[in-house]
Design a protein around this ligand. Structure first.
Ligand SMILES: *[C@@H]1O[C@H](CO)[C@@H](O)[C@H](O)[C@H]1NC(C)=O
Length: 185
């Protein structure tokens, strides 16, 4: 009868694993490339790289130097492009963040999608109320993995290029290329 016990244990562990992620994704991601460019490195200088942290796992490390208190009229936009052909042709996707003030983006997009993922691997801002001032400082992030909990359950596979862009006293382009693949079951 030992195998019934084994099966029961297996069933319990599978249901525990399933309940840990109540909205299972149909996809997995791999970080492929990252780069950044700033129009004035005395205002913003970013350094970004991908590090391998396991057999098939990757994480993001880098730093973000901000030389001035971030002005309210700095605007930010996130553009998402998808390539179905391994990075040869990219097309702009609808899942992007509309151009908006940096503080509005920090209080919505950053707070909802990124803040939790970077809590334990960086000194990027953590706040519960509203962020109103970002003083001059240097942020560091070390082997951060982005939690996909708040991402769509389904994403078409392909290469995705995400561009975080600023407009105003400094133009920064921070780029991340991610490969989305169907989860093999
Ligand atoms: C970069 O920004 C600094 C500080 O605002 C300014 O003094 C400098 O002229 C800028 N450099 C360029 C190339 O725009």
């Amino acid at each position: 009868m030992w195998y019934w016990t084994l099966l029961a244990l297996l069933a319990v562990s599978i249901s525990v694993a399933a309940s840990l992620n109540s909205r299972p994704k149909s996809w997995t991601y791999t970080l492929k490339e990252t780069s950044s460019h700033s129009s004035n490195e005395s205002i913003v200088k970013a350094d970004t790289r991908i590090e391998r942290i396991g057999r098939a796992e990757f994480a993001l490390s880098g730093s973000l130097f901000i030389g001035v208190q971030v002005p309210e009229d700095l605007e930010v936009e996130v553009l998402a492009y998808r390539s179905p052909d391994g990075g040869d042709n990219y097309k702009l996707q609808p899942y992007s963040l509309q151009r908006q003030g940096i503080y509005a983006a920090m209080n919505s997009f950053y707070k909802d999608m990124i803040m939790d993922s970077v809590a334990s691997c960086s000194n990027l801002p953590q706040f519960t109320e509203k962020l109103t001032v970002l003083p001059a400082q240097t942020f560091h992030y070390d082997k951060c993995q982005i939690s996909t909990d708040s991402f769509p359950q389904y994403l078409p596979d392909g290469w995705y290029k995400l561009n975080f862009v600023t407009y105003g006293i400094v133009e920064v382009v921070w780029e991340l290329i991610i490969i989305i693949e169907k989860k093999s079951l």
